[in-house]
Design a protein around this ligand. Structure first.
Ligand code: ZN
Length: 150
């Protein structure tokens, strides 16, 4: 595994729409491993491929230690409710702000074996899923901040 550089806001890479993964290759698997190492090293709870300079629809989330959710081509298929909580981003160090997000979301994605799965989450997990999937469409949390908290 290798730790990758995290792209920071201002880099055009973070504003592009990522391409779907057509086939799970060894490169994709290595990328998933490297993204996990990078996220752990940065003490984050989520990371999307464009944040490490790869414009593919891949993201990982880990809001409970050890419960890593790897998502390839993820899509929000259901959402409900609303929450307004503080959010940050490894690509925007030191900035935190309140965003409006659904309280519950269900995501459909592919895992590293190419199997389709669904994951549902509430509160922090829902926020993290929305935040990472936004990255795949070039959207950042600062686009939807209601109020900065620092
Ligand atoms: Zn982010």
């Amino acid at each position: 595994m290798a730790k990758l550089n995290i792209v920071k806001m201002g880099d055009d890479m973070l504003r592009r729409v990522c391409r779907p993964v057509e086939q799970i290759t060894p490169r994709i698997l290595t990328l998933l491993d490297d993204m996990l190492e990078t996220m752990h090293a940065a003490d984050g709870c989520g990371l999307a491929a464009p944040q490490v300079g790869v414009l593919r629809r891949i993201a990982i989330v880990e809001v409970e230690e050890g419960e890593v959710i790897e998502m390839i081509n993820p899509k929000i298929i259901a959402f409900a409710g609303e929450q307004q909580e503080s959010e940050g981003c490894l690509s925007i160090p030191g900035k935190y702000g309140i965003t409006k997000r659904p309280k519950h979301v269900t995501v459909r994605a592919m895992n590293r074996k190419g199997e389709i799965f669904e994951v549902s989450g509430s509160d922090l997990l829902a926020r993290a899923l929305c935040h990472e999937i936004d990255h795949l469409d070039g959207k950042l949390f600062v686009d939807k901040v209601v109020r900065y908290t620092n």
